[in-house]
Structure formats: C-alpha cells, structure tokens
Design a protein around this ligand. Sequence first.
Ligand code: N7H
Length: 457
Amino acid sequence: GLNLTNIQGDILIGMKKNKELFVFFSIVNPKSFKSQLKANILPLITSTTQVLAVSTQPNTLVNIAFSQRGLTALGITDNLGDSLFANGQFSDAGNLGDTTSNWVSAFAGTNIHGVLLLASDTIANINSTLSQLQNTLNGSISEVYSIQGQARPGNEQGHEHFGFMDGISNPAVSGFSTPLPGQAVVAPGIILAGEQGDGTSRPSWATDGSFLAFRQLKQRVPEFNKFLLDNALSEPNLTVAQNAELLGARMMGRWKSGAPIDLTPLADDPVLAADPQRNNNFNFTHPGFNLNTDQSHCPFSAHIRKTNPRADLGGSFPNHIIRAGIPYGPEVTTAEAASNTSSTDPSQERGLAFVAYQSSISTGFAFLQKTWANSASISLLFNDFILTTAPPFFRNYSGGQDPIIGVAGNDGPRSVGGLDPLNSSKDITLTQDFVVSRGGEYFFSPSLSAIQNTLSA
Ligand code: N7H
C-alpha cells in the first residue's frame, strides 16, 4: 500500500475544511528558511494519515508546496520531469487561453516560490497558526499574496458560487480507496510521482509528491444567472425558471443538487444526488442509444463530460486529476443581483480557488483545460488522443467548448451546441465567459520525507 504518513494530506482526500487560506510566499533567506523548514514547519505539515483520523486532527491542517523557482532558490537542481512545472504557469498562460491582463499581478511576476495551505473550521484558528509560523520563520520568507477560501453559508455549503454541488467526482486511487459505482480507478502513479503508473523518471526524493496546479478562477455569478434566464429552454412542461435551471444543468452535466443529468435529464433528483452509490454511476451510454449523436441526456460539451469523457473515450485514459479547491469571495449582494452585474470592487470578487493534483501537469490539468475544455471540435480532440494511445473509439462531432471553463479568447462571444434537448443542432451563444482566469502557479507538493531529507537543512 501507499505510505500515507509520508504523503501530504491534501493530495489524495483533500483537507475538507470550511476555511482554507492560501499564502503565496517568496523565500528571502534560503539558508535560514531551510533550517526553519525542518525545525518549525515540518512538524506542522499534516499527512494523509492525520487527515484520515478526523477526530484527532490538529485544529489547523497545514500543507506546503514549491514552485520551480522555489526549488531553485533552495538549491535543488534535480529535474522533476515536468516542463510545464519547470517553466511556471505564467509562461503557459497563452496556451491555457488566459488573457494575461486579467492576471493578478502576483501570479504574473516571477517571485512566488511556494504556497502554504492552511485549513480549519475557523479563520481564527488559521490566523493563529499563521502567526505562529511567521514568528518562527522570522522574516526568512515574505508573503507575496494570499487568498482566503471559504465554504458558502447555510444550505449552499459544498456548492460553488454558481450554486452547483462540487466535490462529487474524483478518481479512486487503486490500493488506497475502494471505488464507488461509476468512479474512475487510476493507478497511484497518475496522481503521485514515482508510484506505479507514473511513466516519467524522477529523482527518488520526488516519490509520493504530486504536482499542484493552482488557479484563481473568478466567477461572474449575476451574469451567469441572467444568461440562464435570457436563454431559458422551452421544455413544454416546465416553467421559465425550471427551463433556466435546465439550461444550467445541461451546461454543467449535473443539477445544482449534484444529480447527474445523464441519469435524470429533465428534472432534478436530490435523493439520487445525495446517494454516493448512484450519483457517479453513469457513463453517457444507454441501451439503444447512439453515443455519437444522442445528446438528449447530456450534451457533449457539458463541463463534466468535457473534463471526464467516461465511455466517450472507451472508459480508460490517463487524463485524471484530484480536485481539492474551495470557493473564495462573498455572496452575491442585493445590488449585484438587481443589476445582473458583478461589482467591480475587488473585495467583492468571488470564484473558485482551484486546486488539482496529478503526477503530470500536461496529462492532467493542462490537458483537460487545453485539449478538452477549450477545443470546440471533438473530432480534433479525440484525434489528438488517438495518436498517442489508440483508444477503440473515434468520434466526430462538434459540440463547442466547455460552456463553464472553456475560453475562446477575448471574453467570447462563442457558441455551444447540444444544450437544447429539443433541438440538438441549435447553437446557443455565450455572450461572455462566466469563469475568468486570474492566473495561478504550478507547484510541487513534496512528501514529508523529501522535506525532511532533501529540501530542508
Ligand atoms: Fe470543474 N462548478 O462548480 O461549476 N466542476 N469547475 N473544473 N470539474 C465539476 O463532479 C467548476 C474546473 C473538473 O468526473 C462539477 O464533483 C467551476 C477546471 C473535473 O465527472 C462542478 C469551475 C477543471 C470534474 C464543477 C471549475 C475542472 C469537474 C461537478 C471554475 C480542469 C469531474 C461536481 C470556476 C481543467 C468530472 C463533481 C467527472 C466537476 C464546477 C473548474 C475539472 C459543479 C465553477 C479548471 C475533472
């Protein structure tokens, strides 16, 4: 089995707290930082074993990850075998479809060396752990930027800012978790460097680490809601509000409750949504159903079909990530809702602090974003795939980009097909992108033994 005491706790299961602070830092004094990393930070790093022991967890869970520039600052010259990581996310921005003028300046610079992830039930706990760290670190690092993530209030807890339940589908890692019905099973090396199934050669200390792709993804919630109402579908037995809801569910592939539209295409089913034995048990195929043409259950372009095409690709492919993000920013205000427009006040910005773990950024996050979400034509997309792994299927349909996270550049407009169940050849025009990248960075989340033996002093 995996050495769970050696693997940082966020990677395989997520720290799953209602508050999480991301502190992006620069290493000012490498020598002193390396000794404090061993003496004062390492004892606070929460392993997978500790996260699993829910009742004895520390009040604040702490993880740490480094950018390539951070490893270089620490004097590490080994090549981790991931060129996107080595070059940093800013140099990948164009390929991701980002408009770099939208990037937070801290991410567009070159001075983020690492990120501390602090998760707890309360912000007070997080702040007290952070000030404890700052005291011991004694100026050897400086904070470049931070994002305070938090679960949404009340019944919206677990839902992201558009209102959809998140965190339902992550792959099961073989030998670690028992797969639920319908859940993809991946070799440990798809997520963890140096484990079985990781095809790249790495320095031995990289084993049991994972690449962390971080993205600050702003969500235009009032605009999204207005778009759904303006373009409400026309199912005869539904009200306008229900037809707006249906359009949103078809863009996502799940209802707000989390129920998959592949299993319940025209009406939400909260009981199904809440049942882990059923809420992932689908793969877009149905008896007598033509997978190449039939979008009556789930559009080809739906966010969850774009990012995990299940049976569209024959069911088995290496492009999987484990997601561990959390919403950030306040709830929509009355004024924003009334004007259908997000406030321009930066303190009102809201979105998803997106975190994805994988052993290869180009096979994981970057593949999902570039080759699947941003590609309008699926023939192109599967062509790409066939060249490398020859799956048994070749599909040739054009569904448009992912309506949630796809980007055409310059903020749209762009058209997406298949969203109307009554007329699958109808295109719906997205007037703008509802998710806007504010940038991010690629990090490596090392094992505890790598921190102990290689990164610290
Ligand atoms: Fe997505 N959302 O809340 O609207 N995502 N996502 N995502 N996403 C998923 O199945 C969302 C983003 C994946 O296995 C759900 O757990 C939002 C990026 C993958 O069936 C919801 C943003 C990438 C899955 C959202 C965002 C992905 C997934 C359904 C940005 C990768 C699992 C809940 C602001 C490039 C698919 C669930 C599967 C599911 C939302 C971003 C990937 C509700 C708002 C950038 C792999």
